[in-house]
Design a protein around this ligand. Structure first.
Ligand code: FRU
Length: 485
């Protein structure tokens, strides 16, 4: 039995209250109103991309989880649809947690998600079926419970199913789980029809080396390599690598579909910015593997203006590819449809801090190619500059390090505002593609071999961009404004 009044209340609330949201980023998806966390159900269904999200419409804080829903043709212009799921049934009355989607052979859209059983707190996998707009909970929910868990695993932490279709037309899903040693794992399940599921194997596990609970797994092949994405909680931090706390990792290896055996060869941090978590991918109709993540980190949930009526946004969707053995990301190519006002410079000498004519703005796509002169120690870009405030990107040339620092923006919260990562320099030149939107800075360094995604809340008037090279550097720039109309 579902209590239809719970979803009806959410629909009425979001329809009325979203009219009061006036301050959204231009091309990043935000919640229709209220709170957003993980991307869910990212899929191409019936001629459109669907992106659902963990959603609490009623406040700027996490609360009983619904699924918000938006659709798009180009992953840039999003249309909100009514909330797809609400915590309104026996199997999920404590919340509809993260999950995924696919299109069934009969054309229906299937959502697989974690239901929280209200009384016991048990986490169990549930289904809902719909037409791309309205969804009905499957009467047989839950479809995966503790009964299917291997020895030592607990249903207190058993969530975030990512479903896909295997090469023989049957179904697989991977979930996050907590194993007997107190650390995370990814579990593989199989089904003939996507409704009846059985446990296959433990795909991979942390063994207390890669954090505690593994949240929001995803699994796919890219260029014949197997890629397992996980978002571990409570990782121990290292200066150049992971943040203390929540991170998102790509585990790269090989996979035998017939046995379900994944063999991990390599671990890579997916993004080195301050705000990136719970990425989920989908396959575009043209074969591109596209990733989107929650551009936020559980550790930094403040800083936004008090009058803002939305909280949380998605990263710009990115295309995944391999280069020199690394999983790389580039902005979706559709972004070029928003390009206006091209401004370019070639071999521009940068020394003392300077601005360049036509290079400013808050919504732009800018590629820099930096060639430092001998003895040049650092190249700096000031972003969101104005009124003594700024974010800074610094390439420390001798050390091959890229440093992002938003501490000189007007952010009051007392937490980490700086990250550093290693960059890959080709023939003495570093490329930095920087995408700015109203409330974010996304950096793709070295053709996408490292990315840094961070949220910022500067005053709207802060459009300044500055350049400085201690010791001199030649700079090529191509800058486009991003126009949403
Ligand atoms: C990750 C997460 C998921 C869970 C969801 C709840 O950010 O904790 O594991 O399904 O958020 O909103």
């Amino acid at each position: 039995m579902t209590d239809a009044s719970i979803l009806a209340r959410a629909w009425a609330y979001e329809a009325a209250e979203s009219l009061r949201v006036t301050d959204r980023p231009a091309f990043h998806l935000t919640p229709r109103v209220g709170w957003m966390n993980d991307p869910n159900g990212f899929s191409y269904h019936d001629g459109a991309y669907h992106l659902f999200y963990q959603y609490h419409p009623y406040s700027m804080k996490w609360g009983p989880m619904h699924w918000g829903h938006a659709v798009s043709q180009d992953l840039l212009h999003w249309t909100y649809l009514p909330a797809a799921l609400a915590p309104d049934s026996e199997a999920d009355g404590g919340g509809c947690f993260s999950g995924s989607a696919l299109t069934l052979p009969d054309g229906r859209h299937l959502l697989m998600y974690t239901g929280i059983q209200r009384e016991s707190g048990a986490q169990q996998q549930c289904l809902a079926v719909g037409d791309g707009r309205a969804y009905e909970k499957y009467p047989g929910n839950p479809v995966l419970t503790r009964a299917e868990l291997p020895e030592g695993f607990t249903d207190r932490d058993f969530r975030d199913p990512k479903i896909w279709r295997a090469s023989d037309g049957t179904y697989r899903c991977v979930t996050g789980a907590m194993s007997g040693d107190g650390s995370g794992a990814a579990l593989l399940f199989a089904s003939e029809d996507a409704f009846t599921w059985r446990f296959v194997t433990v795909l991979d596990r942390s063994r207390n080396a890669l954090g505690k609970m593994w949240e929001c797994p995803d699994f796919f092949l890219l260029d014949d390599r197997a890629v397992l994405l996980v978002s571990p909680c409570e990782m121990a931090g290292e200066s150049l690598g992971v943040l203390p706390g929540s991170n998102s990792l790509a585990l790269l290896g090989t996979w035998d579909e017939s046995t379900g055996t994944f063999h991990r060869e390599q671990v890579q941090l997916i993004d080195h910015g301050l705000d990136f978590y719970a990425p989920q991918t989908t396959l575009a109709p043209d074969g591109r593997r596209i990733l989107v993540a929650w551009m936020q980190n559980w550790a930094f949930l403040d800083g936004q203006p008090p009058q803002q009526r939305w909280f949380g946004q998605m990263t710009l969707p990115r295309e995944l590819f391999f280069r020199r053995g690394r999983l790389c990301q580039r902005p979706i190519r559709e972004i070029s449809s928003l390009h206006t006002n091209h401004v370019s410079f070639r071999n521009q000498l940068i020394q003392a801090e300077t601005t360049l004519p036509g290079i400013h703005g808050r919504k732009l796509d800018m590629t820099l190619r930096v060639r430092p002169r001998a003895g040049c120690a650092a190249f700096r870009v000031g972003l969101n500059c104005g009124g003594g405030l700024r974010a800074t990107l610094i390439w420390r040339i001798g050390e091959s390090l890229l440093h992002f620092d938003r501490s000189a923006l007007e952010v009051h919260a007392n937490h980490l505002h700086e990250r550093t990562c290693r960059v890959f320099v080709m023939d003495g030149e570093l490329s930095l593609r920087i995408l700015l939107d109203r409330n974010s800075v996304e950096v793709f360094a070295g053709e996408g071999e490292t990315t840094m995604s961070s949220v910022v809340y500067p005053p709207d008037a802060n459009e300044g961009i500055t350049f400085q090279a201690d010791g001199g550097a030649e700079l090529d720039i191509d800058k486009y404004d991003l126009d949403q109309e």
